[in-house]
Design a protein around this ligand. Structure first.
Ligand SMILES: [Cu+2]
Length: 562
């Protein structure tokens, strides 16, 4: 291709006015903008695009609102002068209540991108204006469109009420799981029952679980990991638990890159088990997947794993047989493969994030024959860090501290942050970033790991929180949910007396970005996943059929009617 040809084809790709595919019905990232009578015949679309350069699989602000850049695709607009004393078209975002109007950008026929928006439900407007820099809309509207999230409305209860299944017998052992405070169960749902028998964890041990200790192993060492019963304290409740070597989380295994070790797993649980070494590149025979790489370890039996560690990083281990029960029971632990892969800091902390579903002081039963909570996963209502309902860490002002985060929950994606502190994400599941990425919160899905540095601010107590936008499905609305997981307790700087001014901040004001090439490369493969279900309660099936077709990119909270 000649240079001229290349330039022409690039211009065709980048140029304005390129016709684009219309939005598919029900698309959650593309929606039509309705033209007003003034611009009859014009066409408009808004496409929601992930902001460039964030390290997570979804992008939210610190409060959990999804962040998007908007791409306006407009065609057939007359010049603004034809509508009156106007010179430009300006795009706006506004709440459905018409509050919080904010100017986005000057737009025109063709493709224009705006800055970020982070709102739950909203409208986009385009108006003709006489001042391109105006922050107050005064000119006439030419386009308006409702965000895909606005399609989520209250359920039609009347249509569903005819589908209540019969009352179950009182002695079937199931009770309805608790709902999130302020969210009501759908009519009829409280009478539904799983098609499996309830399974309650029992533990004959009264020995309380201890917190995870660190086991440093050298090349050639052998570790004995015993999965067995413990008594577990969750807040004020004492519940049955299972632990590796009596510890929840299990021992933090530290090894050097390039080493190999042997781990003998003894199964002292009442059910078959296996241990999967999540994220490690190892010989397949030791991957710990029953039915695929090994037979399950029967109660009372052992299995010998040979592990090698070709890559530095943060990994974890857990049973790969009915994880919904046994991981929840307390069988999980971290592995850190050391090399000089990260800069030195003043202190390091391993944080295992989890949740548990309790009703009163009892875990809600699991399904005996199969996992229940199958579609949404089993959200807990008690959030745990290192198996504590409140995780506190002490640090000195000015310290650099490093947090190794792993999410071992069944289904909850955390939006984790420390009040008053910018976070430097230095590594993820697949190793260190070439440059640290600045964020205000860490979005961490089940099984994911992130390594985060922060510079400790002035003395004080800083809440560590999970902040998400939950959905009240019955009413079709979003609401803010904040859980305090613990506190960063900051004392005076080392070697200084209290009262001195805090050290100057070292991080930039605005979040930084990953090299754009990571996100602007087109995918080589796209997977379409389809899920078929059978045997759903009639009420659930009706709800899915009648529901408005908006699907949150992430189910952030256990507000689904169970
Ligand atoms: Cu795993």
């Amino acid at each position: 291709m000649s240079w001229l040809g290349l330039i022409l084809s690039l211009a065709a790709v980048l140029g304005t006015g390129v016709p684009r595919a219309p939005c598919a019905p029900g698309d959650n990232y593309c929606f039509r903008l309705e033209p007003s009578a003034r611009v009859f015949g014009a066409e408009g679309r808004a496409r929601l695009i992930r902001p460039a350069g964030t390290p997570f699989t979804v992008d939210v602000d610190r409060d959990g609102r999804h962040r998007y850049t908007v791409q306006f695709e407009l065609e057939g607009l007359p010049s603004p002068q034809e509508l009156g004393p106007y010179s430009h078209y300006v795009a706006w975002v506004v709440d459905p209540t018409l509050d919080r109007l904010r100017r986005l950008a000057v737009v025109d026929n063709g493709v224009s991108r705006t800055g970020e928006i982070a709102r739950n439900k909203y409208m986009l407007w385009v108006s003709a204006e006489s001042d391109s820099a105006t922050t107050v809309r005064t000119g006439p509207l030419v386009f308006r469109g409702l965000s895909p999230s606005s399609r989520m409305e209250a359920h039609g209860f009347i249509g569903m009420s005819a589908f209540q299944p019969p009352e179950p017998s009182a002695e079937d052992g199931w009770t309805a799981p608790p709902m999130v405070a302020g969210v009501r169960m759908m009519p009829g749902m409280e009478k539904t029952r799983p098609s499996v028998a309830p399974y309650r964890l029992e533990s004959e041990s009264e020995v309380p679980a201890t917190r995870g200790r660190t086991v440093s192993l050298a090349h050639g060492d052998t570790l004995r990991l015993s999965a067995g019963p413990v008594s577990r304290q969750v807040g004020g409740a004492t519940i049955a638990g299972y632990a590796f070597n009596g510890q929840i989380p299990g021992p933090l295994i530290r090894v050097d890159r390039g080493s190999e070790i042997v781990v003998v797993v003894d199964n002292h649980t009442p059910e078959p088990t296996s241990v999967h070494w999540h994220g490690l590149r190892l010989e397949n025979a030791f991957d710990g997947v029953p039915g695929l790489t090994q037979d399950p370890i029967a109660p009372g039996r052992s299995f010998t794993y040979r592990l090698r560690f070709p890559d530095a990083g943060l990994y974890w281990y857990h049973p790969h047989h009915r994880e919904d029960i046994w991981q929840d029971a307390g069988l999980f632990g971290s592995i850190r493969v050391d090399a000089d892969w990260l800069p030195r800091v003043d202190s390091e902390h391993n944080l295992v994030l989890d949740d548990l579903l309790l009703r009163g002081e009892e875990p809600v039963p699991y399904g005996r024959e199969a996992a229940n909570f199958a579609l949404m996963g089993r959200f807990g209502n008690v959030l745990l860090t290192n198996d504590e309902i409140r995780w506190d860490v002490a640090a000195s002002s000015g310290d650099r501290i490093r947090l190794f985060l792993t999410n071992v929950s069944n289904t909850r994606t955390f939006n984790w942050s420390v009040d008053g502190h910018a976070l430097e994400v230095v590594a993820t599941d697949v190793g260190p970033f070439p440059e640290p990425v600045w964020t205000e919160s860490v979005v961490i899905a089940p099984a994911e790991r992130y390594v985060v540095d922060l510079t400790v601010k002035a003395p004080g107590h800083y809440p560590v929180t999970n902040r998400v936008q939950a959905i009240d499905h019955g009413r079709g609305r979003f609401f803010s949910q904040i859980d305090t997981l613990g506190f960063l307790r900051v004392g005076a700087p080392k070697g200084l007396t209290p009262g001195l001014p805090p050290p100057p901040p070292t991080e930039p004001d605005a979040p930084g970005h990953l090299p754009a090439r990571f996100l602007e490369t087109l995918p080589e493969l796209t997977l379409d996943l389809m899920l078929r279900t059978e045997g759903l309660p009639a009420i659930t099936e009706q709800m899915m059929l009648r529901d408005q077709s908006f699907f949150n990119p992430v189910e952030w909270s256990g507000t689904m009617p169970h």
